[in-house]
Design a protein around this ligand. Structure first.
Ligand code: OOG
Length: 254
């Protein structure tokens, strides 16, 4: 375990990398810390954002695909926080100069209709969502060349950088829906089944991780359930995510 001073120091280092758009080497190159420490660094990083006036708008899941878990050698999903400073309107311009080396992922978003009490084990999280939508997540690891350990990426708020959500639809079964990402000239095609077999499973995984790491889930927050394809570099021009039956959402890199 690392002490509170080191936790704050590592959070400050990641925060500086983010605000100065300058990558940093893996924290694991110089420090030994475990996953509980990593979530503590993430919380300290969030506290720095909140001190600047940012407000939490939701949470995101990562490592929800088998391929990504296998690549990282882990079997747990990872959770990061979203803030209003990361939120983009559907169709909005996004300044690429905000990022270090941004990538984009097509996702499904859920909206929480009520607070989720971490200790109420009888509560079914599926009854705590009231809408679902197509979403785009921009990830931008603060680590050089996206080279990080499992603990590193959790400390770095799971690479969260920005997100856009399309029109909300009533909650429905979104298992095995075709997903298409068009990013500049590139196309990535996948299925919502890549998200833990079914996006609804991401909600259950989220609940467990939030209970374990004391991450609050509040009414009105957005949940990004995880990527349906591999991430694609975000460049200039329009990037669109299309989820069959849910619609589209786009942003324009400028
Ligand atoms: C970590 C975040 C990955 C996902 O959907 O797996 C992620 C990264 O690859 O930078 O959000």
């Amino acid at each position: 375990m690392i002490d509170v001073g080191t936790t704050g120091e590592l959070a400050a280092r990641l925060d500086a990398a983010c605000t100065s758009r300058t990558d940093t080497p893996s924290l694991a190159d110089s420090h030994t810390f475990d996953i509980a420490d990593a979530y503590a660094i993430q919380a300290a990083l969030l506290a720095r954002r909140e001190a600047r006036g940012e407000r939490v708008t939701g949470v995101k899941l990562g490592f929800t695909s088998k391929a990504k878990m296998a690549q990282m050698g882990v079997s747990d999903v990872i959770v990061g926080r979203l803030t209003d400073a990361m939120r983009l309107a559907d169709g909005a311009d996004v300044d690429l100069g905000r990022f270090i080396h941004p990538k984009v992922e097509p996702e499904v978003a859920y909206r929480l209709s009520r607070d989720v009490d971490a200790d109420d084990t009888a509560l079914d999280i599926e009854t705590c969502v009231d809408a679902v939508a197509p979403a785009l997540e921009i990830i931008d690891s603060r680590y050089r060349d996206f080279r990080f350990t499992y603990e590193d990426v959790v400390a770095d708020n799971t690479s969260a950088a920005a997100y856009a959500v399309g029109a909300w639809r009533p909650v429905q079964d979104v298992t095995n829906r075709a997903v298409r990402l068009l990013a500049g000239g590139r196309e990535a095609v996948g299925s919502t089944s890549a998200i833990l077999g079914a996006p609804v499973r991401a909600l259950h995984a989220l609940r467990e991780m939030c209970r374990r790491h004391r991450i609050p889930l509040r009414a009105g927050q957005v949940v990004l359930a995880g990527a349906a394809t591999a991430a694609v570099p975000l460049g200039a021009g329009v990037t669109t995510c299309d989820v069959a039956g849910l619609g589209t959402v786009s942003v324009r890199g400028v």
